[in-house]
Ligand binder design. Structure first.
Ligand code: NAD
Length: 253
């Protein structure tokens, strides 16, 4: 059902949370707009301004890598200033209360960790943009090192260990999904009794398959998103209101 108003939505969600033993949240860019990070598809979102750079272009062309890093550092003031919003804090409260074993996220902004969820309990399907990795050997590099390299050479960096290009530790279009994160997200979706899809347009696959999987495996599905998604029809509850307003009442002390 679609919640007829915000208050009924919050009440129904509260009942479902109280009845559930294992809750798995699945978050997208919409949970972080309150923190000042634009999403992809809303008006003014990142995609309306920049065409994503696919992985094969990043690998093949120095100018694509230079552009990718230029964009990343253009966003740095936004990412650096972002603090967890009410949505992140509500989920952290339920995590601390033992209701949430782990959070599955499409986000790359590190805000679930910043809200107090242990890094091991944040399953990042699309990686993390707050550090970098070599695409050859996987060595981790810090953004300060990348910034210094760019300032010194004017070009995107290569790995000091194996000379392959260094990229934010995110998953680009056309790049293989991280196997361990996919396996863990699959298990969480199969084992929970309440699955909360929060702030995702549910159009980026394979990530968008998890709400459906959870539902097929017997969980109740709640979708919290301010616009319709393609999976609203299979949800037990759709709350089409602001995430901060919806989850604010679940922030603990
Ligand atoms: P999306 O942009 O496709 O969808 C976000 C959805 O959230 C939209 O439907 C929008 O209407 C809704 N929304 C935005 N603010 C909201 C609010 N305050 N309350 C309720 N709903 C709100 O995002 P997606 O489904 O996560 O897919 C985009 C991909 O882009 C993801 O894979 C992610 O990796 C990446 N991304 C991440 C970030 C981040 O880390 N914060 C930001 C932009 C994009």
């Amino acid at each position: 059902m679609i919640a007829p108003d915000l208050r009924s939505g919050v009440n129904l969600l509260g009942d479902m949370i109280a009845q559930a033993s294992v809750i798995v949240p699945f978050t997208g860019a919409g949970i972080s707009t309150e923190s000042g990070i634009p999403d992809f598809r809303s008006p003014g979102g990142l995609w309306t301004r920049n065409r994503p750079i696919p992985f094969d272009e990043f690998v093949a062309r120095q100018d694509a890598r230079d552009e990718a890093w230029r964009r990343r550092f253009a966003m740095e003031p936004t990412f650096a200033a972002a603090r967890p919003g009410r949505g992140h804090r509500a989920l952290a409260s339920l995590y601390k209360a033992g209701k949430i074993p782990a959070i599955v996220t499409q986000n790359i902004d590190n805000l679930h960790q910043a809200s107090g969820v242990a890094g091991d309990h944040v399953v990042e399907l699309h990686g993390n943009t707050t550090y970098a990795r070599c695409i050859g050997c996987g060595k981790r590099h810090e953004l300060a090192w990348v910034k210094e390299w760019l300032a010194r050479t004017g070009y995107a960096p290569h790995c000091t260990a194996c000379d392959e290009p260094v990229k934010t530790a995110t998953i680009s279009f056309g790049q293989a999904m991280p196997q361990d994160a996919m396996r863990r997200a699959t298990e969480l979706a199969q084992q929970c009794d309440l699955f909360l899809a929060i702030g995702s347009s549910l159009v980026v696959w394979p990530a968008a398959g998890f709400p459906m999987l959870a539902k097929e495996c017997g969980a109740k599905l709640v979708i919290i998103n301010n616009e319709p998604t393609e999976q609203d029809e299979i949800a037990d509850l759709v709350i089409r209101y602001d995430i901060g307003e919806t989850l604010g009442p679940f922030v603990g002390n």
